[in-house]
Design a protein around this ligand. Structure first.
Ligand code: ADP
Length: 693
């Protein structure tokens, strides 16, 4: 943390109060304090927000969550993108997918009749070249298990027949692969499996293929989602494994019992194959496999996770390696769940190569955490991955980019080839399909709308919970909410802020234009001028943005009411969530947003723009059709300074003028369940749905 000059230190020391005095300054006690009265305006945020939310929701979407026994038809109806936004649902967690009545697992299909490729692996030196699997046969069925919606234009891939019965998961003798020794991928000393909570339903074997997972490889929210969801699925009695690249930057101190389990994995690449070793280790109880390629390309030993010119090839390789590993290790998961463009080729490889080899059992689910990044690339990808026949893959109905006719789009490929596609909130599902936020994928989402929907992320309550958070000097919960103010004092002490009666407004996030950086900047000055303190924690890979914020930091360095921390600091983030009063999330767009979910659980009132997952989880105190006990923050619609002020001004006003109301908001926020409980069930419903088809 950058040290403040003595001037601020002085301010801080001079302003120090006794604990009793500070307690007085908490909202309960600061009623009628000195600031000018700002009556709560019927602002731009208000009725407009409610109206637009309502407009976004088709009639009838306000029905309560469907009963667990809902019919398949009902489920299909519900999962259509954006058909259940939060605004009209009675519970803050939205879009529950009704799980059909438990049925016996369907038998997987017969192995395909076509002859599998006959090329032989020739493991020679570190990188040997060999022929990859031959492409799929000429007939153009859709991916296995894939059903086209009735509205599919004729130019789209043809609907595939229903999966046929008759399991056969053995490796085919003519598969073209040399027999492998049994890789024994399971560790010798596994901890006992978590208790099955739903003993009546058959458990699933679920594999996540992902570029990130907290805390070992974290860049953004995707890492937290894989960490939290995988745990929830395991707690519910499923067998869950996770496949990651073996980055040199992994947090090895967080991986337990790391050891190699598969030494000779040869992954087809260009005309040969790359030798890989697969490791196994536990990450906080999660079973993780790490793939390490031995190649001069040095794919995952680059000092950081992303940001390289060959990122598309790096992750195409990882995706191929993950499926090859599953195949060679004899694993036939029920569900392969991939994430973002980095692993969107997994379903493509499954369908184009591995189904021909007899790997017909797994169904593929793709979660898109952000449509901004799609993995748009050129023909080199086809050469590298063995997806020959450019005329097939450049076709707009498969991988051809919707905007550039000479480009391939990996995320689009994932949408086309997966059995189900989710994004991270119903509102964002709607915005990406119909609200112009799909970054060119709108037509593809329309074509595949029957298998597209939104599930709001959860947060891991083992990590983000003020009652047990070991980062906090004082833990607290609904029953002792006042202890939050001990954390507020600790935060001020740590950041050398003045100890006064003011509310602390905070921002935590990547300093990316997506996060509404102009409004963050405006909010800093607005807060300081309107009787609040401001704390920012953020960083950007873009040096120009970092420099801008460093400039701002220097400009405000002498302010006893402001601290900007440019960097990534997980530990400090916990203290800010606990110590701040108001959390600002003024994003241009926000697929889900974890910041407001964490803030809510810490009783820190979110002030958010009405977009994406923010609109699905934050309900305006003054302008909402939600019952009073579900209102938990402030929202604004317009991406401009007056819009921001209309919400932030009301939050600061409420803190000063209506402290009892502010306290009620805090309780509402802390009471709501934003754990993985509900989204975990939603994903299981989706898995069941695509397995049962
Ligand atoms: P995104 O995935 O777009 O980055 P999310 O809101 O979904 O945004 O997730 C961001 C997560 O990263 C939150 O858990 C937030 O606390 C954390 N985070 C973001 N920036 C920082 C930072 N500079 N230091 C510590 N944690 C951060």
């Amino acid at each position: 943390m950058a040290k403040k000059p003595t001037s601020k230190k002085k301010a801080s020391t001079v302003k120090k109060k006794t604990a009793a005095e500070t307690k007085k300054a908490t909202p309960k006690r600061v009623a009628k304090k000195a600031t000018a009265s700002r009556a709560e305006p019927a602002s731009r945020a208000g009725t407009k927000a409610a109206a637009s939310a309502a407009a976004a929701v088709p009639k009838g979407a306000g029905a309560a969550a469907p009963a667990p026994q809902a019919s398949r038809k009902t489920i299909l109806h519900k999962i259509r993108a954006g058909q259940e936004t939060a605004a009209l649902r009675p519970m803050p967690r939205v879009h529950a997918f009704a799980r059909p009545a438990a049925t016996a697992r369907p038998s997987p299909p017969e192995p395909p009749a076509e002859r599998a490729p006959a090329a032989k692996a020739g493991p020679s030196p570190e990188v040997s070249r060999r022929q990859t699997a031959t492409p799929a046969p000429e007939a153009e069925p859709a991916p296995k298990g894939f059903e086209q919606p009735p509205t599919v234009p004729v130019s789209q891939p043809e609907p595939e027949p229903e999966p046929e019965p008759g399991p056969s998961l053995e490796r085919r003798p003519d598969s073209g692969y040399d027999p492998e020794p049994d890789p024994h991928p399971e560790p010798q000393h596994e901890p006992p499996p978590p208790p099955a909570q739903h003993a009546s339903r058959p458990s699933l074997f679920i594999v996540h293929v992902t570029p990130e997972m907290a805390p070992v490889a974290k860049v953004g929210g995707l890492a937290d989602v894989v960490f939290g969801l995988s745990r929830e699925l395991a707690i519910r009695g499923n067998h869950v494994e996770i496949i990651l690249p073996k980055y040199d930057t992994l947090r090895y101190d967080q991986i337990f019992e790391l050891h190699d389990v598969y030494r000779d994995l040869w992954v087809p690449w260009y005309d040969g194959a790359v030798h890989c070793t697969v490791y196994f280790g536990f990450v906080h109880g999660r079973k993780c496999f790490f793939i390490e390629p031995h190649s001069p390309d040095n794919f995952f030993n680059r000092g950081s996770i992303y940001g390289f010119a060959d990122d598309v090839l790096r992750y195409a390789f990882f995706s191929r390696a993950a499926v090859e590993f599953l195949w060679k290790a004899g694993k036939h998961p029920d569900i392969i769940h991939c994430h973002d463009w980095q692993t969107a080729l997994v379903p493509v490889f499954l369908y184009e190569f591995y189904q021909q080899l007899g790997m017909t059992h797994p169904r593929a689910c793709l979660t898109i955490h952000n449509f901004k990044h799609q993995g748009v690339t050129g023909v080199e990808l086809l050469r590298a991955t063995g997806l020959h026949r450019p005329e097939r893959f450049f076709d707009r109905v498969r991988m051809g980019d919707n905007r550039h006719k000479d480009a391939l789009n990996l995320l689009k490929a994932g949408v086309v080839y997966s059995n189900f596609v989710t994004t991270v909130s119903p509102r964002y599902a709607f915005e990406t399909k119909d609200g112009g936020q799909g970054f060119g994928l709108e037509p593809t989402l329309h074509t595949h709308h029957m298998k597209y929907g939104g599930v709001v992320n959860g947060i891991d309550y083992d990590v983000w919970n003020p009652e047990v958070d070991y980062h906090l000097p004082v833990r607290y919960g609904l029953d002792n909410i006042d202890a939050k103010y001990d954390n507020k004092r600790a935060l001020r002490h740590r950041l050398m802020l003045a100890d006064n009666e003011k509310p602390i407004v905070a921002f935590i996030g990547r300093l990316d234009p997506q996060k509404g950086l102009e409004l963050v900047r405006h909010a800093i000055f607005y807060s300081l001028e309107h009787g609040a303190q401001f704390v920012l924690l953020g960083s950007s890979p873009d040096q120009r943005i970092n420099n801008d914020f460093w400039g701002l930091k220097h400009m405000l360095n002498d302010s006893p009411d402001c601290h900007l921390e440019i960097g990534f600091d997980e530990d400090l983030s916990h203290l800010i969530y606990a110590g701040a009063d108001i959390m600002l999330v003024p994003s241009q767009f926000e697929p889900c947003g974890l910041t407001q979910l964490i803030a809510l659980h810490y009783g820190t009132i979110p002030v958010v723009r009405t977009v994406g997952g923010l609109a699905d989880t934050v309900f305006d105190k003054d302008h909402s059709d939600r019952p009073l006990h579900e209102r938990n923050g402030y929202r604004f619609d317009d991406y401009d300074a007056p819009g921001l002020e209309s919400a932030l001004g009301r939050a600061i006003d409420c803190y000063y003028q209506y402290p009892e109301h502010f306290r009620e908001l805090m309780k509402n926020a802390m009471r709501a369940d934003y754990s993985w409980n509900r989204p975990g069930q939603d994903y299981l419903n989706i898995y069941d749905f695509i397995r049962d088809r």
